[in-house]
Write a protein that binds this ligand. Structure first.
Ligand code: HEM
Length: 373
């Protein structure tokens, strides 16, 4: 039993000492210890902590890592040192990804964490970085091309870089154009001289309601002629009316074919009664007397020849009255004004009476005939 009692006493003392160790057993918990355990903890953390843990760590920032590391290294007094080590280690993890991505932009973190960055080349951080850089690289690329309108976040990140400004310049102009629209309206004179001319076109292209108006305007460009046509129809209607009015209705048996059949027979004496078979000389006085009045035949002259138009009066498509307008005088002017395409001689060849001569010529011929007798 003595052995048992001694064992229990030893056990209890050991347990008590384990539970409540004397302060003398931990003589150096001061700054020296603090500095020493930090690098050890950092190295352990870097080696032990996987990439996933790194990705998770940056968000919680410094405090969360210090707590888990502290119990592992030293459960008691090192809790104060651990937060510092964890704080330094966390940015170290974030830094490598930022360095490869933006390089210049993350100089802040580089300055604060130079020591940790020196460690990064040893670690295989560059390999994890490429995936992280891929998202950041497109950001830079997008900032350079800039034509994409949704580059505002990258532009803000790359504000230090020059390429971003050009895109905002393009993006801003539309906003300025929109602003410029109200401006010229408000202040018509000064801005309208410069901006309005080029920009209204772009604004028109963008604005849907103007497009509808433009759609209506385009036909208008072609419709002025239609408007002109709207005025023209009246004259168009006049022409057929004139033709209808001028055109005479011929009685049965007085068609052009009937006239052709009549002229084909020489026995009809279309030149007139009491006339020699040969052509005669017609003086203007004689022509004037043959005007179709008082039972006389109507004569008319055309290109120096005299024709008896009396037989043709019922066959004239323009009517008797129109044809009689040239009776007893020259009809050349009226004939050519109305229907110059008509072949006069082909229609009235058999109606030719003689040739038109002057009064003196007729007198001289008579004197010559008298002298011969
Ligand atoms: C005083 C002289 C004459 C006058 C004022 C006159 C007037 C007219 C008029 C108004 C018409 C209707 C035109 C139309 O429908 O578009 C007409 C048609 C016609 N006249 Fe005369 N005319 C004259 C002499 C003559 C003579 C001498 C001949 C025969 C040689 C002639 C043969 C015709 C013919 C064939 C037509 C029908 C033309 C067609 O249908 O296209 N006219 N004339």
């Amino acid at each position: 039993m003595g052995w048992v009692g001694a064992a229990t006493v030893v056990a209890t003392t050991c347990f008590i000492l384990y539970r409540h160790p004397p302060a003398s057993w931990f003589p150096e918990p001061t700054a020296a210890d603090r500095s020493r355990p930090e690098p050890a903890s950092e190295e352990k953390e870097e080696k032990a902590a996987p990439r996933a843990a790194r990705d998770e760590e940056p968000a919680p920032s410094i405090t969360p890592e210090s707590q888990p590391t502290a119990p592992e290294d030293d459960p008691t007094e090192e809790s104060q040192t651990t937060p510092k080590a964890s704080a330094s280690s966390i940015p170290a993890l974030d830094v490598p990804s930022f360095q490869l991505n933006d390089g210049e932009t993350d100089k802040k973190s580089l300055v604060t964490q130079k020591a940790q960055q020196d460690k990064t080349p040893q670690i295989t951080i560059p390999s994890p970085e490429p995936p992280s850089t891929t998202p950041s690289a497109p950001l830079n690329i997008m900032a350079k091309p800039s034509p994409s309108p949704s580059t505002q976040p990258p532009v803000a990140k790359d504000a230090s870089l020059m390429p971003p400004p050009p895109p905002p310049s393009r993006l801003q102009p539309p906003t300025l154009q929109k602003q410029s629209r109200p401006q010229p309206q408000n202040s018509l004179s000064p801005p309208a001289g410069r901006l309005p001319p080029p920009r209204p076109s772009a604004s028109n292209t963008l604005s849907p309601p103007p497009s509808a108006a433009s759609s209506l305007r385009v036909p208008q460009g072609s419709r002025p002629a239609s408007n002109m046509n709207s005025l023209s129809p009246t004259p168009v209607t006049f022409k057929p009316i004139k033709k209808a009015s001028k055109r005479a209705v011929l009685e049965p048996g007085f068609s052009p074919l009937d006239w052709a059949a009549l002229t084909s027979n020489p026995n009809h004496k279309l030149r007139g009664a009491n006339l020699p078979p040969t052509l005669i000389k017609v003086t203007p006085s004689m022509l004037k007397s043959q005007n179709g009045r008082k039972g006389s035949d109507a004569w008319t002259s055309y290109q120096g020849k005299v024709y008896n138009i009396s037989p043709y009066l019922p066959f004239h498509p323009g009517g008797k009255g129109e044809l009689l307008r040239g009776a007893g005088k020259d009809s050349g002017k009226l004939f050519l004004e109305i229907h110059p395409w008509v072949n006069w001689d082909a229609i009235l060849g058999e109606c030719c009476v003689g040739i038109l001569v002057s009064e003196h010529e007729a007198v001289e011929t008579e004197n010559q005939l008298d002298a011969m007798d």
